[in-house]
Structures are given as structure tokens and as C-alpha cells.
Ligand binder design. Structure first.
Ligand SMILES: Cc1ncc(COP(=O)(O)O)c(C=O)c1O
Length: 396
């Protein structure tokens, strides 16, 4: 790139790279690898959603919806959230519908964070939060989640809070570790948010994907937290429609006002017919979520069995649909080298662990497998991964 062109790029955009997760999908396509990298299901979404989407398009719901969300969808979200989380949300003043929870987090940060404010992020973290913070001008403060159970150190968390802290991001169930924050952990976070007058942004997109009787607790339901919690969610994962780009934000009316303004000028709104189909999603019966959890339980057990067979140690996830594996025994210098070996020579794409850390070396011994895949896909990955044994680099 010429120097003249390079100088035109903003300092913000210079500070982050393209998404490694999305890049791995492109490399997987190039090498015809089984894609266990990017987090999307390779199976169908519920028929009810497809039908509702066809019907909405057929009925000419094809123009802009109200910028902060189609009214029937907002009301359906409020009902579902009341049922599942026990939260009373006013659909007229407390919900913003966005283009996925990705836009939701960006809009929330831009609406609440000023340059120089600090935002606490648990590390490893879903890679979008880094660029989101940079775009908002925030200074990220990382708090480490320690394997094997991805717990954090109370003293480190307490130290991270200070007078400049504007917000803390909590992702539960957590990508990439599969951690589900416990009530005790959330209670401590709630106490510190109140002590330091800090907002909490919770990304709860995997709220229904839980294992081993683990329970999802929404931070907003803890005493004193409803007003200062911004809850982010979306249709992508629970209803297997990652390409629809429909998400939503629950927040108090004042914050919602600011978030809606940012959202409006960023995207105007989420796809109108797909918001109508979102009503069908929100009205699915409780049995839908029970079946979904069962389905994912089987998938999790399958991938763990595969990793056992191949001999790759891993950290058992309690929620979400990823498993982090420890590759240190394979003798590669970095996770990225190992990932390229997996994609090119073995034919399975994963995400290198370094993409979930502020300092790449912290993730050099980790890779992430996504297991939201059909049994045939997991079987194909298993067949290929077994070849790994014969191509191992000797450990020094
Ligand atoms: C924690 C987390 N948040 C948000 C997203 C993106 O969700 P959406 O499709 O709603 O933008 C993902 C996708 O992988 C994720 O893992």
C-alpha cells in the first residue's frame, strides 16, 4: 500500500486487524477444510421461522421497520424475556432491535462510552469486544479467566475498577471458554458495579445453550442491577439464523434513548421481514429450548469424544457451543502455525486461541473448536483429525 493511501486510514482502524474467526472461514473454503472455526450452525433453522419470513415478504413487509424495532417483535421479545429471565421490560421504551448482537454491542459502547473511559473485559474474550472498545475510544482493562474452570481472581477484579471505569462486559455463557458465570461471581460483579457506579453490558447470546444442569443467570435480575445493566441478545444462535442479522438490546429508558439514536444513524434498522419472523421465534414453546439444549448436549459429548480419541486435551464447556483445546503437547511454536497445519494438511478449520487475547502469546497453546454442526460434519472432522497422529511434530 502506498504511504499516501496508508496515511488516510484512521488511527482507530489501524489498531485492529480483520477478524481472525471470519478469516478462518475463508481459509477453510480455500482448502476445502471442515469448518469448525466460525460459530454458526450448519443445520436448518426451525420451520416456523422460515414460514414466517416467507409470509412477511409475501405480505410486503419489505420496507424500513421503525428504527428501534418492529412493534410486534418488541412486544414478543418482552413476553419471552419475562418468561425466561423474569424481567419486566417495557417494549415501548426499553428495547432496541439491531443488526445482530454485534451491532448491539457497538451501538451500546458508542452511546455510553467516552474516549478515555475504561471498560473491563474478561480475558479470553469474544474477539469483537476489542475493536468495539477501540472504536468507542475506550481503554480496555483485562481481567484474566484462569483455566481449567475459567475462574477469575477477586483481587484482580476489584483492582480493575476505579473512578475512570465506565462499564464492564460480561459474556455468559462465554465464548470461547464455555464458562457460565455463577451467582456468586455475578453478585461480586454487581456489588462492584454499584460501588463504582459502573454500567454492565451483558452478552447473553448463548443463554439457552447450557450443559450439566448449569443455570443461566441474567445480571439484570440481581438486586440493584436492572437499571445499570444493558442486556444484549439476538436470534443468531438460539434459533440458528446467524445470517439474518437480528439482535436486540434491553436497557433502561434513558440509556435506550441514547442507544436508539446511535443505532438509527449506524444502520437505520434490522431487516423488517425477519423481525416479523422473530415474532414466531419468540413464541416458540418451552419445549423448543429443552430440545435445543438436548441437541447441543449430544454435540458437545460428540466433540469431546472425538478429542479424546485424537488425544487433544480440552476444557469441558458448561455452555455455548465451543471447546477450547490445549495444543501445547504438539510442539508447534504458535497456535496460528498449528491452525494452518490443521487446515491445510489435516482438513479441519479451527480458530487460533490468540485471537481471544490482548497479547497473542497468552493464547499460543489454545485452539477453539465450534461444534454447532450436523453429526455428519463432526464425523468428517473426526475422520480427518485422526490423521493428526501421523503428522505430529516431535516435541523437543
Ligand atoms: C459472544 C458472542 N456475541 C455475539 C456474537 C455475534 O452475534 P450476532 O450474530 O447476533 O451478531 C457471537 C458470534 O459468534 C458471539 O459468540
Amino acid at each position: 500500500m502506498s504511504e499516501i493511501v496508508r496515511q488516510k486510514i484512521s488511527a482507530k482502524a489501524e489498531q485492529f486487524t480483520e477478524s481472525v474467526i471470519r478469516e478462518m472461514t475463508r481459509v477453510a473454503l480455500q482448502y476445502d477444510a471442515v469448518n469448525l472455526a466460525q460459530g454458526f450452525p450448519d443445520f436448518s433453522c426451525p420451520l416456523e421461522l422460515k414460514q414466517a419470513a416467507y409470509e412477511a415478504i409475501e405480505a410486503d413487509v419489505n420496507q424500513y421497520a421503525i428504527t428501534w424495532g418492529d412493534r410486534p417483535f418488541r412486544h414478543a421479545i418482552a413476553n419471552k424475556v419475562h418468561w425466561y429471565l423474569g424481567l419486566d421490560i417495557n417494549p415501548e421504551t426499553q428495547i432496541t432491535v439491531t443488526c445482530g448482537s454485534t451491532e448491539a454491542m457497538a451501538s451500546v459502547m458508542l452511546a455510553t462510552v467516552d474516549p478515555g473511559d475504561e471498560v473491563i473485559v474478561f480475558e479470553p474474550y469474544y474477539e469483537n469486544y476489542g475493536p468495539d472498545a477501540i472504536l468507542a475510544g475506550a481503554i480496555p482493562r483485562y481481567v484474566t479467566l484462569h483455566p481449567p474452570h475459567w475462574t477469575f481472581d477477586e483481587a484482580q477484579l476489584r483492582q480493575a475498577f476505579n473512578a475512570n471505569t465506565k462499564a464492564i462486559i460480561i459474556n455468559t455463557p462465554h465464548n470461547p471458554t464455555g464458562k457460565v458465570f455463577t451467582r456468586d461471581e455475578l453478585t461480586l460483579i454487581a456489588e462492584l458495579c454499584q460501588k463504582w457506579d459502573v454500567l454492565a453490558f451483558t452478552d447473553e447470546i448463548y443463554e439457552h445453550i447450557l450443559y450439566d444442569s448449569t443455570q443461566h443467570i441474567a445480571l439484570a435480575t440481581l438486586p440493584g442491577m436492572e437499571e445499570r445493566t444493558v442486556t444484549i441478545n439476538g436470534l443468531s444462535k438460539t434459533y440458528s439464523v446467524t445470517g439474518w442479522r437480528v439482535g436486540y438490546i434491553l436497557a433502561n429508558p434513558e440509556l435506550t434513548g441514547a442507544i436508539r439514536k446511535v443505532h438509527d444513524f449506524l444502520t437505520v434498522g434490522a431487516p423488517a421481514p425477519l423481525q416479523r419472523a422473530g415474532v414466531a421465534a419468540m413464541q416458540l414453546p418451552p419445549s423448543y429450548y429443552e430440545e435445543l439444549a438436548k441437541l447441543y448436549h449430544q454435540k458437545r459429548d460428540s466433540i469431546l469424544q472425538i478429542l479424546d480419541q485424537v488425544g487433544i486435551p480440552y476444557f469441558v464447556p458448561k455452555g455455548a457451543y465451543y471447546v477450547l483445546a490445549d495444543i501445547s503437547k504438539f510442539g508447534y511454536k504458535t497456535d496460528v502455525e498449528f491452525t494452518y497445519h490443521l487446515i491445510k494438511d489435516i482438513g479441519v478449520a479451527v480458530v487460533p486461541g490468540s485471537s481471544f487475547f490482548s497479547q497473542p502469546e497468552k493464547g499460543h497453546s489454545l485452539i477453539r473448536f465450534c461444534f454447532s454442526k450436523r453429526p455428519e460434519t463432526l464425523q468428517a472432522a473426526s475422520d480427518r483429525l485422526l490423521k493428526l497422529q501421523s503428522t505430529l511434530q516431535p516435541t523437543s
